[in-house]
Design a protein around this ligand. Structure first.
Ligand code: R5P
Length: 283
Protein backbone atom coordinates (compact mmCIF):
# COMPACT_ATOMS: atom_id res chain seq x y z
CA UNK A 1 0.00 0.00 0.00
CA UNK A 2 1.25 3.48 -0.86
CA UNK A 3 -0.12 6.98 -0.33
CA UNK A 4 -0.51 9.83 -2.79
CA UNK A 5 -0.86 13.33 -1.38
CA UNK A 6 -3.14 15.81 -3.11
CA UNK A 7 -2.08 19.45 -2.75
CA UNK A 8 -4.88 20.15 -0.25
CA UNK A 9 -3.80 17.34 2.08
CA UNK A 10 0.01 17.30 1.97
CA UNK A 11 0.61 17.74 5.66
CA UNK A 12 -2.11 15.29 6.72
CA UNK A 13 -0.71 12.69 4.28
CA UNK A 14 2.76 13.11 5.80
CA UNK A 15 1.33 12.54 9.29
CA UNK A 16 -0.62 9.46 8.15
CA UNK A 17 2.45 8.14 6.34
CA UNK A 18 4.47 8.35 9.56
CA UNK A 19 1.74 6.87 11.75
CA UNK A 20 0.78 3.93 9.56
CA UNK A 21 4.25 3.54 8.10
CA UNK A 22 3.25 3.75 4.45
CA UNK A 23 5.41 5.47 1.82
CA UNK A 24 4.23 8.48 -0.17
CA UNK A 25 4.49 8.12 -3.96
CA UNK A 26 6.44 10.93 -5.62
CA UNK A 27 4.31 13.13 -7.85
CA UNK A 28 4.76 16.28 -9.83
CA UNK A 29 1.97 18.83 -9.53
CA UNK A 30 2.30 22.18 -11.27
CA UNK A 31 0.33 24.73 -13.23
CA UNK A 32 0.60 25.65 -16.89
CA UNK A 33 1.01 29.39 -17.60
CA UNK A 34 -2.74 29.62 -18.31
CA UNK A 35 -3.55 28.18 -14.89
CA UNK A 36 -4.45 24.65 -15.96
CA UNK A 37 -3.18 21.90 -13.73
CA UNK A 38 -0.53 19.33 -14.68
CA UNK A 39 0.07 16.23 -12.59
CA UNK A 40 2.33 13.22 -13.06
CA UNK A 41 2.99 10.07 -11.02
CA UNK A 42 6.76 9.73 -10.86
CA UNK A 43 6.97 6.09 -9.70
CA UNK A 44 5.88 2.73 -11.00
CA UNK A 45 2.67 1.84 -9.13
CA UNK A 46 1.49 -1.01 -11.35
CA UNK A 47 -0.43 -3.59 -9.28
CA UNK A 48 0.01 -1.52 -6.11
CA UNK A 49 -2.79 -0.60 -3.74
CA UNK A 50 -2.93 3.20 -3.74
CA UNK A 51 -4.54 5.58 -1.27
CA UNK A 52 -5.06 9.12 -2.59
CA UNK A 53 -5.64 11.72 0.12
CA UNK A 54 -7.28 14.92 -1.06
CA UNK A 55 -9.77 17.34 0.42
CA UNK A 56 -12.26 18.44 -2.24
CA UNK A 57 -12.19 22.11 -1.30
CA UNK A 58 -11.76 24.64 -2.77
CA UNK A 59 -12.88 23.71 -6.31
CA UNK A 60 -9.38 23.45 -7.81
CA UNK A 61 -8.69 20.50 -5.54
CA UNK A 62 -11.60 18.61 -7.08
CA UNK A 63 -9.99 18.88 -10.52
CA UNK A 64 -6.69 17.77 -9.04
CA UNK A 65 -8.34 14.72 -7.47
CA UNK A 66 -9.81 13.69 -10.83
CA UNK A 67 -6.44 14.09 -12.57
CA UNK A 68 -4.72 12.07 -9.84
CA UNK A 69 -7.37 9.37 -10.10
CA UNK A 70 -7.05 9.22 -13.86
CA UNK A 71 -3.24 9.02 -13.69
CA UNK A 72 -3.32 6.31 -11.01
CA UNK A 73 -5.85 4.30 -13.00
CA UNK A 74 -3.74 4.58 -16.17
CA UNK A 75 -0.67 3.54 -14.19
CA UNK A 76 -2.58 0.29 -13.51
CA UNK A 77 -2.84 0.45 -9.74
CA UNK A 78 -4.55 -2.66 -8.36
CA UNK A 79 -6.94 -0.87 -6.03
CA UNK A 80 -7.61 2.84 -5.43
CA UNK A 81 -8.89 4.19 -2.14
CA UNK A 82 -9.66 7.88 -1.87
CA UNK A 83 -9.52 9.51 1.53
CA UNK A 84 -11.46 12.78 1.37
CA UNK A 85 -10.69 14.53 4.68
CA UNK A 86 -13.21 17.29 3.92
CA UNK A 87 -15.83 16.45 1.33
CA UNK A 88 -16.76 19.82 -0.14
CA UNK A 89 -20.28 20.34 -1.53
CA UNK A 90 -21.68 17.90 1.07
CA UNK A 91 -24.09 20.53 2.38
CA UNK A 92 -26.05 20.50 -0.90
CA UNK A 93 -27.17 16.96 -0.05
CA UNK A 94 -30.69 17.30 -1.42
CA UNK A 95 -32.73 19.53 -3.72
CA UNK A 96 -33.80 22.32 -1.41
CA UNK A 97 -35.47 24.11 -4.34
CA UNK A 98 -36.69 22.98 -7.74
CA UNK A 99 -33.99 23.23 -10.41
CA UNK A 100 -31.05 22.65 -8.07
CA UNK A 101 -28.49 19.87 -8.38
CA UNK A 102 -27.69 17.49 -5.55
CA UNK A 103 -24.06 18.61 -5.59
CA UNK A 104 -22.86 15.96 -3.14
CA UNK A 105 -24.39 13.26 -5.35
CA UNK A 106 -22.88 14.74 -8.54
CA UNK A 107 -19.39 14.68 -7.05
CA UNK A 108 -19.77 11.29 -5.40
CA UNK A 109 -20.98 9.71 -8.64
CA UNK A 110 -18.00 11.03 -10.60
CA UNK A 111 -15.42 10.04 -7.98
CA UNK A 112 -16.93 6.55 -7.87
CA UNK A 113 -16.22 6.03 -11.57
CA UNK A 114 -12.48 6.02 -10.86
CA UNK A 115 -12.12 4.92 -7.22
CA UNK A 116 -12.73 1.53 -5.56
CA UNK A 117 -13.22 2.71 -2.03
CA UNK A 118 -13.92 5.98 -0.22
CA UNK A 119 -13.19 7.19 3.30
CA UNK A 120 -14.24 10.63 4.48
CA UNK A 121 -14.25 12.49 7.80
CA UNK A 122 -17.42 13.81 9.45
CA UNK A 123 -19.52 14.27 6.32
CA UNK A 124 -22.18 16.93 6.87
CA UNK A 125 -24.84 14.18 6.80
CA UNK A 126 -24.10 10.46 6.81
CA UNK A 127 -26.55 9.74 3.96
CA UNK A 128 -24.20 11.37 1.45
CA UNK A 129 -22.12 8.19 1.70
CA UNK A 130 -24.93 6.45 -0.18
CA UNK A 131 -24.33 8.74 -3.16
CA UNK A 132 -21.08 6.89 -3.88
CA UNK A 133 -21.54 3.80 -6.00
CA UNK A 134 -18.47 2.14 -4.44
CA UNK A 135 -18.06 1.32 -0.73
CA UNK A 136 -17.85 4.55 1.28
CA UNK A 137 -17.28 4.95 5.00
CA UNK A 138 -16.82 7.86 7.36
CA UNK A 139 -14.67 8.38 10.41
CA UNK A 140 -15.40 10.82 13.18
CA UNK A 141 -13.21 13.63 14.46
CA UNK A 142 -15.21 13.94 17.66
CA UNK A 143 -12.86 11.75 19.71
CA UNK A 144 -9.69 13.66 18.82
CA UNK A 145 -11.49 16.99 19.38
CA UNK A 146 -12.80 15.85 22.78
CA UNK A 147 -9.34 14.53 23.70
CA UNK A 148 -7.89 17.96 22.93
CA UNK A 149 -10.51 19.56 25.17
CA UNK A 150 -9.91 17.23 28.11
CA UNK A 151 -7.61 19.59 30.02
CA UNK A 152 -9.80 22.67 29.41
CA UNK A 153 -12.19 21.76 32.26
CA UNK A 154 -15.28 21.87 30.05
CA UNK A 155 -18.56 21.98 32.01
CA UNK A 156 -20.88 21.88 29.02
CA UNK A 157 -20.76 20.99 25.34
CA UNK A 158 -23.16 23.04 23.26
CA UNK A 159 -24.46 22.09 19.82
CA UNK A 160 -25.20 25.31 17.89
CA UNK A 161 -28.10 23.59 16.15
CA UNK A 162 -30.07 20.37 16.45
CA UNK A 163 -28.09 18.74 13.61
CA UNK A 164 -24.91 19.05 15.69
CA UNK A 165 -26.42 17.45 18.79
CA UNK A 166 -25.25 13.87 18.14
CA UNK A 167 -21.63 15.00 17.81
CA UNK A 168 -21.94 17.27 20.86
CA UNK A 169 -23.41 14.42 22.91
CA UNK A 170 -20.59 12.10 21.91
CA UNK A 171 -18.03 14.74 22.96
CA UNK A 172 -19.89 15.44 26.23
CA UNK A 173 -19.87 11.72 27.06
CA UNK A 174 -16.14 11.62 26.54
CA UNK A 175 -15.65 14.78 28.61
CA UNK A 176 -18.11 13.63 31.32
CA UNK A 177 -20.00 16.92 31.17
CA UNK A 178 -23.46 18.16 30.33
CA UNK A 179 -24.76 18.81 26.83
CA UNK A 180 -27.33 21.20 25.38
CA UNK A 181 -28.30 22.57 21.99
CA UNK A 182 -29.66 25.67 20.32
CA UNK A 183 -32.36 26.04 17.69
CA UNK A 184 -30.96 27.66 14.54
CA UNK A 185 -32.80 28.97 11.50
CA UNK A 186 -30.78 29.63 8.34
CA UNK A 187 -32.06 32.75 6.59
CA UNK A 188 -29.51 32.65 3.72
CA UNK A 189 -25.95 31.46 3.02
CA UNK A 190 -24.43 33.93 5.44
CA UNK A 191 -27.27 34.81 7.83
CA UNK A 192 -28.73 32.67 10.57
CA UNK A 193 -30.82 33.35 13.63
CA UNK A 194 -30.77 31.46 16.91
CA UNK A 195 -33.77 31.24 19.18
CA UNK A 196 -32.87 32.53 22.66
CA UNK A 197 -32.75 29.74 25.24
CA UNK A 198 -31.83 29.57 28.91
CA UNK A 199 -28.79 27.30 28.95
CA UNK A 200 -27.95 27.61 32.65
CA UNK A 201 -24.42 28.47 31.51
CA UNK A 202 -23.69 30.93 34.28
CA UNK A 203 -20.04 30.57 35.43
CA UNK A 204 -19.46 27.57 33.18
CA UNK A 205 -16.76 26.76 30.64
CA UNK A 206 -18.52 25.78 27.43
CA UNK A 207 -17.25 24.12 24.25
CA UNK A 208 -19.42 24.74 21.19
CA UNK A 209 -18.86 21.90 18.73
CA UNK A 210 -20.00 21.79 15.10
CA UNK A 211 -18.95 19.92 11.96
CA UNK A 212 -18.16 23.05 9.90
CA UNK A 213 -17.28 26.66 10.53
CA UNK A 214 -17.82 28.49 7.25
CA UNK A 215 -18.80 32.17 7.61
CA UNK A 216 -18.62 31.82 11.39
CA UNK A 217 -22.20 33.15 11.66
CA UNK A 218 -23.52 30.08 13.49
CA UNK A 219 -20.72 30.02 16.06
CA UNK A 220 -20.78 33.81 16.55
CA UNK A 221 -24.52 33.74 17.31
CA UNK A 222 -24.06 30.81 19.71
CA UNK A 223 -21.23 32.70 21.45
CA UNK A 224 -23.50 35.76 21.83
CA UNK A 225 -26.18 33.58 23.42
CA UNK A 226 -23.67 32.28 25.94
CA UNK A 227 -22.24 35.70 26.80
CA UNK A 228 -25.74 36.97 27.52
CA UNK A 229 -25.89 34.22 30.17
CA UNK A 230 -22.67 35.15 31.98
CA UNK A 231 -20.62 32.19 30.85
CA UNK A 232 -17.03 31.81 32.17
CA UNK A 233 -15.08 30.70 29.07
CA UNK A 234 -16.03 29.63 25.55
CA UNK A 235 -14.10 27.30 23.24
CA UNK A 236 -15.32 26.84 19.68
CA UNK A 237 -14.37 23.63 17.89
CA UNK A 238 -15.17 22.16 14.53
CA UNK A 239 -13.96 19.35 12.30
CA UNK A 240 -13.75 21.39 9.11
CA UNK A 241 -12.52 24.97 9.44
CA UNK A 242 -13.39 26.71 6.19
CA UNK A 243 -13.20 30.17 7.79
CA UNK A 244 -14.73 31.97 4.80
CA UNK A 245 -14.46 35.76 4.50
CA UNK A 246 -14.30 37.47 7.88
CA UNK A 247 -15.20 34.35 9.91
CA UNK A 248 -12.17 34.58 12.19
CA UNK A 249 -12.78 38.25 12.95
CA UNK A 250 -16.45 37.48 13.65
CA UNK A 251 -15.52 34.76 16.14
CA UNK A 252 -12.83 36.81 17.83
CA UNK A 253 -15.13 39.82 18.13
CA UNK A 254 -17.90 37.62 19.54
CA UNK A 255 -15.37 36.61 22.20
CA UNK A 256 -13.99 33.11 22.59
CA UNK A 257 -11.00 31.65 24.36
CA UNK A 258 -9.78 29.56 21.43
CA UNK A 259 -10.81 28.48 17.94
CA UNK A 260 -10.11 24.80 17.38
CA UNK A 261 -10.27 22.92 14.07
CA UNK A 262 -8.80 19.73 12.66
CA UNK A 263 -6.39 19.23 9.79
CA UNK A 264 -9.02 18.05 7.28
CA UNK A 265 -8.42 21.59 6.02
CA UNK A 266 -4.99 22.85 7.03
CA UNK A 267 -5.18 26.29 8.67
CA UNK A 268 -3.53 28.08 11.58
CA UNK A 269 -6.33 26.67 13.75
CA UNK A 270 -5.67 23.00 12.93
CA UNK A 271 -4.62 22.06 16.44
CA UNK A 272 -6.34 18.66 16.28
CA UNK A 273 -5.36 15.94 13.83
CA UNK A 274 -7.69 13.34 12.34
CA UNK A 275 -4.72 11.03 11.76
CA UNK A 276 -5.68 8.63 14.57
CA UNK A 277 -9.28 8.36 13.30
CA UNK A 278 -8.09 7.59 9.76
CA UNK A 279 -5.44 5.19 11.03
CA UNK A 280 -8.12 3.12 12.79
CA UNK A 281 -10.01 2.79 9.51
CA UNK A 282 -6.90 1.74 7.61
CA UNK A 283 -5.75 -0.89 10.10
C1 R5P B 1 -24.80 23.52 9.03
O1 R5P B 1 -25.77 22.85 9.32
C2 R5P B 1 -23.42 23.17 9.53
O2 R5P B 1 -23.47 22.15 10.48
C3 R5P B 1 -22.74 24.39 10.12
O3 R5P B 1 -23.47 24.81 11.25
C4 R5P B 1 -22.67 25.48 9.12
O4 R5P B 1 -22.13 25.03 7.92
C5 R5P B 1 -21.83 26.62 9.67
O5 R5P B 1 -21.85 27.64 8.72
P1 R5P B 1 -21.52 29.14 9.11
O6 R5P B 1 -20.18 29.12 9.79
O7 R5P B 1 -21.49 29.85 7.79
O8 R5P B 1 -22.60 29.62 10.01
Amino acid sequence: MKLIAGSASQSLTEKISTTVNLPIVKTQIKRFPDGELYIRILENIKNQEIIIIQTTYPDENIIELFLLLDAVKRAEARKITVIIPYFGYARQDKQFKEGEPISAAALARLISTLADNIITVDPHKEHILDFFTVPAKSVSAVNPIASYLVDKQIDMVLAPDHGALARATQAANQLHCEVDYLEKTRLDGSTISITPKNLAANGKTVAIIDDIISTGGTMAEAIKQLHSQDVKKIYVACTHGLFAGSAIKKLQEAGCEEIIATDTIQTQFSTVSVTSAIEEMLS
